[in-house]
Ligand binder design. Sequence first.
Ligand code: DGT
Ligand code: CA
Ligand code: CA
Ligand code: ZN
Length: 580
Amino acid sequence: MTNKEIADLLRQIARMLEIKGETVYKSLAYRRAADSIEALGQGVEEIWREKKLRTIPGIGPALAKKLDELLRTGRLAYYEKLKEEIPPSVTALLDIPGVGPKTAALFLEQGLLTLTDVETAAREGRLRHLPGMGERTEQRILQGIEAAGRRSSRVLLGTAWPIAQELIAQLRAAIPLEQIETAGSLRRMSPTIGDIDLLAAAADTAAVTEAFAHLPLVASVIAQGPTKVSVMLQAGLQVDLRVVQPHHWGSALQYFTGSQAHNVRLREIAQREGLSLSEYGFRRGDEEILCSTEVEVYQLLGLPWIPPELREDRGELEAAREGRLPRLVSAADLKGDLHMHTDWSDGLSSVEEMIRAASEFGYDYIAISDHSEGLTIANGQSWERLQAQRAEIACWQAQYPNLRILQGVEVEIRMDGTLDFTDEMLAQLDVVVASLHSGLRQDETQITARVIQAMRNPHVDILAHPSGRILGQREASAVNLEALIQAAAETGTILEVNSIPNRLDLDDVHIRRAIEQGVQIAINSDAHSAPSLGAIGYGVATARRGWATLSDVVNTLPLRALQERLARKAAHSTGTRGGR
Ligand code: DGT
Ligand code: CA
Ligand code: CA
Ligand code: ZN
């Protein structure tokens, strides 16, 4: 069994336990184990053969025994028994936005076992009569099912990107290529991807489509010709590969990168110059103008090259014409990461593992920011435990002179807008990241006031994942982001761009709004394990889509300047308002 299969099974068990109404800690243990197994750099089977299952973080004696049974026999009696009580189709009901374990249990009790059962019952107005439900809930569930149907065909950038890189590597190994690149929404780094587009250049194009059709990751071929092939991957994702002659490369790459809206505008500009533009190049009357690079395509229209992340027809062509394209921030500009977790709270890696990984990453500084005590589900830390962690950090600091390890906290914004720790406590931490994980359903007025109250605290440096959206699972909260941006500008609070692939929060549109208002952002990994520090690339991409430049991003600052930036808000507040 692959690690992914084992992790999926453990998550399935976690969902069943939730529906059964078992304590949250029980299902959490399964989820932790699943996360941990997925983050392993090694096969669980191999670890099992070495009899070292217990060395996997989050695997205690009971789980080790179950994994042993599973790997020995290919079956798990515990799971088979659970399945008799909770049909697997019922766990899929949890994917409906707004349906939690209690509601799923209620559906089960009522004999509504599948998504279709629930959808039909909702359409026929039968859900509203169930205990604890009403017309509004019924409506929300129906909308949730419809939204889930629309969404399920797209995958996260963070899922598609590594797969595309693997495909590129496999194709390169299989056949010589002049060029290969991602195209489409993937190259533009959209948060979700409909299908993966790849573009290659080679003299013998048909040999390339043929080689591609036989790559190990390909499950089936949808259509194949001499210049184009569409396949379905084992992972259930469609990939379109187009192959062009090298002298068409620039025009083809520009065309297939899109977006369609950007390309339509570009063609209009070309027409005004008496040129027609296609994926093969330009034409002026009978004259053909070939572009072997993208730079030439834009140059011929009197424009500088436009980074793919900006090609959404959101003013980039005007900016290019007027010479005011932003110089976008890049991953190499980042000097540190200000939000990450360790196994002191809900992370999978130890403080040392995080420090070592960050140091290998080449960062100058990081902030360890574990959860505060209010978030019990994530093993939030008491003030006393944070003091103990501080001592541990100091020990490691001595061994890593080139990496400054700041101690932060991800402090919970409570239901009433107050924070888990007092100002005196917060003042002692190097970085304070504030966020909310509860009451996300509050109405706009309530939730906005609550967050702004937290932002007014002079010690809150960064507001984490401001909208609370989880792509594919949960819409953003009702929080008024315009008002938050305004408050950030007034208070000097930094807004986070969270890099976790299903968050990417703030999103590109609001990043741009924030920057326009003079608000600074922090691009953070929010890593819960050492390998996840690498997800920062998705945050950087999102910031680039939001037109962010170096000076808009606080964690591009050298350490000293960052510390001054962090000190400024508290100093300003004590000076003018006598901060409490
Ligand atoms: P997606 O796959 O839904 O995430 O979005 P895209 O942008 O990757 O769209 P896709 O895969 O349909 O096409 C890839 C690119 O190819 C698209 O960004 C622009 C170009 N393209 C494809 N079909 C057309 C078309 O009919 N007209 C124009 N102008 N461009 C097209
Ligand atoms: Ca695409
Ligand atoms: Ca496509
Ligand atoms: Zn966090």
